[in-house]
Design a protein around this ligand. Structure first.
Ligand code: ZN
Length: 343
């Protein structure tokens, strides 16, 4: 028959074993607090065992008291240690879950039209041209009159224009910047002018009401059509390839005389004829000509002393040719699936 003291010692050992196991399994700080109350609280299981101290003799009591203290300290120490590990984990902030898939990083790129504009301007920089900009909102005077195009001139009908108010328009070409540059600087002048222009064109596969242009102007004493042809041919060879041929076709613009359309041999069929070049072997890339003497007179240059040439091209059209784009609207839609190809 077991004595009371043996019974109490056995209960204390069971309590210790169960308690340590339960604390080790405790999943969070709340569970540990509940275990502390269950085992060591004022109405807890350890207190329950010690209530029976009265059944022991005075000589027996210290042995149970000492054993109870040892169990209390062992359980308390493990509870403190486990609680501290949960607290420090919480202090570290959110844990990194290395098993989660990564998030792709966005990579920006330059729009294909801007790529073409930058390349054109870089080539002309090598040829001695500075890059300049001008206002997109222009007066009728600069957009038409200074460029030898009075409003009743038939050429004014070529530009079906956005009028903002009386005498103020969204510029229909970048050419007004020619007049502004010539009024601000004396020759020699060599500039390229990239920028937006606006016309009341339908928005379809080959037209847009707002589009980029690159304008060029060179003015000095003794500039001839031969200088112009040499400069443009050099540009074409650098931009389209060393074997690219250049062709000048007579044309008409009010602000140049003589005027020419510039064609480059088709890059797809190498001049043999294909659907992209409408079986001509040539692709039109710019309008151009020698600056009209009236334009010089309008900006205060002496037409007897100075000559020069001007040209304008559409980088969107050139981008369409270069990248084989079937529809100009692709360049306006900001569709990431399209634009990502140029990153
Ligand atoms: Zn072709």
């Amino acid at each position: 028959m077991t004595t009371v003291i043996e019974e109490l010692l056995a209960q204390l050992r069971d309590l210790e074993r169960e308690g340590l196991e339960a604390v080790r399994a405790g999943g969070d700080a709340g569970a540990l607090e509940a275990l502390r109350t269950e085992y060591l609280g004022r109405k807890g299981r350890l207190t329950g065992i010690l209530r029976r101290l009265g059944e022991l003799s005075a000589e027996e009591r210290p042995a149970i008291g000492a054993e109870a203290n040892r169990v209390k300290e062992a359980l308390g120490a493990l509870l403190d240690e486990r609680a501290a590990s949960f607290a420090s984990a919480a202090d570290d902030g959110p844990r990194v879950d290395l098993s989660l898939p990564g998030r792709a990083r966005w990579q920006g790129g330059v729009h294909p039209v801007s790529l073409v504009i930058d390349e054109i301007c870089d080539i002309f920089r090598d040829l001695g041209f500075s890059r300049v900009a001008g206002p997109e909102v222009e007066t009728v005077e600069y957009n038409f009159s200074k460029l030898n195009t009075p409003l009743d001139h038939p050429a004014a009908d070529m530009h079906d224009t956005f009028y903002l108010s009386d005498g103020v328009v969204l510029r229909t070409h970048t050419s007004p910047v020619q007049a502004r540059v010539m009024e601000a600087f004396q020759p020699p002048v060599r500039v390229v002018v990239p920028g937006m222009a606006y016309r009341r064109d339908p928005f379809d596969a080959s037209h847009a009401p707002g589009f980029a242009q690159v304008e060029g102007l060179a003015v000095d004493e003794g500039i001839t059509f031969a200088d112009f042809k040499a400069t443009i041919s050099e540009f074409v060879r650098r931009f389209f390839g060393a074997d690219a041929k250049t062709r000048f076709r007579p044309s008409f613009f009010p602000f140049t005389e003589p005027s020419a359309e510039v064609d480059v041999s088709c890059r797809i069929c190498r001049g043999a004829g294909c659907s992209a070049c409408k079986h001509t072997g040539w692709m039109e890339i710019m309008g151009s000509g020698m600056v009209h003497p009236s334009v010089f007179a309008n900006v205060g240059y002496d037409p007897e002393k100075y000559t020069g040439y001007a040209f304008g091209m559409g980088p969107a059209r050139i981008a369409m040719q270069r990248y084989g784009l079937p529809d100009i609207r692709l360049l306006y839609e900001s569709d990431m699936r399209f634009l990502k190809q140029f990153v």
